[in-house]
Design a protein around this ligand. Structure first.
Ligand SMILES: *Cc1c(COP(=O)(O)O)cnc(C)c1O
Length: 355
């Protein structure tokens, strides 16, 4: 399909496509040929352009490096089952969320034309970078950061917005062993947890490292005030099936509103399952495990879609959860989302852009 480009495009003269095996790429280390760049100057996004992917130079005083005005998004494109088309999953949701993050960080909102139009144009250009083998995807990383060369503590007046893409291998997500965190906090009421803001991730690394030293893959974050309520699992939203009901923490300002979370809840409701979005006490989950009423527990996020939780550590005790093959809902919803994302099943929700 031939479309008129929205942006000036400078094509690479040296495609790297044949130097890498896009169907066996290590996560996050291989980048496609082109990148979109736009500059925010004097109150407007200017010069949105697509150029060959490469290093950039910045001033040592670049504001984002010192004070952290930096936000990002993450979404995926998959190869359609027909082998030709590309399926882009719910970019509108990421676009809206990016601007929610931007507002919290005093950063300018990006336009739909640049965000979604930019992704579509990049995919058009680098469509051969979308992996063909099963389970592999093209990961799309839009991000924005402050660029004023100024170390005064105030919002920057200039920003860069960029989008690059990266072929990622089949994300075989081994079931994860998680620890209920009762000391450290990822996010608090009134804080930045609902924003995809880079500082949130920096702050979570140390507690995650300590948990890893104790043999856990991830942390189950609890509320910052009491540590009695479950919030998220690592960088994923968390869900439980207890007594046949799908239960997940209600989102607020300390929980990131995941697109995968919303997709899973939408499908569950469509299937007629009881869905509860509400505060989830740690004690309720531990009790449900002890009384064998907890059937499933999993993380939900773009990287893995569904990450089964096999063990929950709480106050020094490791609780082993039911075996993965017995988990009816999470296995079925994984398959359903996979089928919708690859054009195997019709998409009744209007989620997929077929390019
Ligand atoms: C990105 C992210 C998620 C998952 O969001 P998706 O849109 O489903 O990828 C959940 N929690 C945190 C903290 C995140 O950064």
């Amino acid at each position: 399909m031939q479309t008129v480009a929205l942006f000036p495009i400078q094509k690479t003269k040296h495609s790297k496509l044949h130097e890498v095996d896009i169907n066996n790429a290590p996560f996050g280390k291989v980048f496609s040929d082109h990148i979109l760049i736009a500059d925010y100057v004097e109150g407007k996004w200017r010069d949105a352009r697509i150029v060959p992917y490469g290093d950039i130079t910045i001033s040592p005083a670049t504001s984002a490096l010192h004070y952290g005005q930096s936000i990002f998004e993450g979404l995926k494109a998959d190869r359609h089952i027909n082998g030709k088309n590309i399926c882009l999953f719910r970019p509108e949701a990421n676009f809206l969320r990016m601007n929610i993050s931007a507002e919290r960080m005093c950063m300018p909102s990006i336009t739909e034309e640049i965000f979604i139009g930019g992704i579509r144009e990049l995919l058009n250009l680098d469509r051969d970078w979308v992996p063909t083998s099963q389970g592999c995807s093209l990961y799309i990383r839009p991000f924005m950061f402050a660029t004023d060369p100024y170390i005064g503590m105030k919002p920057s007046q200039t920003y860069k917005f960029m989008i690059f893409t990266s072929p990622v291998g089949a994300y075989y997500s081994a079931p994860v062993k998680v620890k209920v965190e009762q000391h450290y906090t990822r996010a608090v009421k009134g804080g930045t947890g609902y924003a995809k803001f880079s500082g949130n991730y920096a702050a979570s690394m140390y507690p995650t490292k300590l948990a890893a030293q104790q043999g856990y893959d991830q942390i189950i974050w609890t509320d910052g005030q009491t540590h009695q309520f479950i919030e998220e699992a690592g960088t994923m939203n968390i869900m439980f099936v207890i007594d046949g009901k799908l239960i997940t923490p209600a989102t607020g300002d300390s929980i990131l509103k995941g697109v995968t979370r919303d997709s899973v809840l939408t499908i569950a409701r469509q299937w007629g399952m009881t869905v509860e979005e509400r505060p989830v006490p740690v004690a309720e989950v531990i009790d449900a495990i002890k009384t064998k009423r907890l059937q499933e527990a999993f993380g939900a996020g773009t990287a893995a879609t569904i990450a089964h939780i096999s063990v929950i550590g709480h106050e020094g005790v490791d609780y082993t959860l039911p075996p993965i093959h017995e988990r009816e809902f999470s296995n079925k919803v994984y398959r359903e989302l996979y089928d919708i994302k690859h054009g195997i099943k019709p998409d009744p929700y209007g989620w997929v852009h077929v390019l």
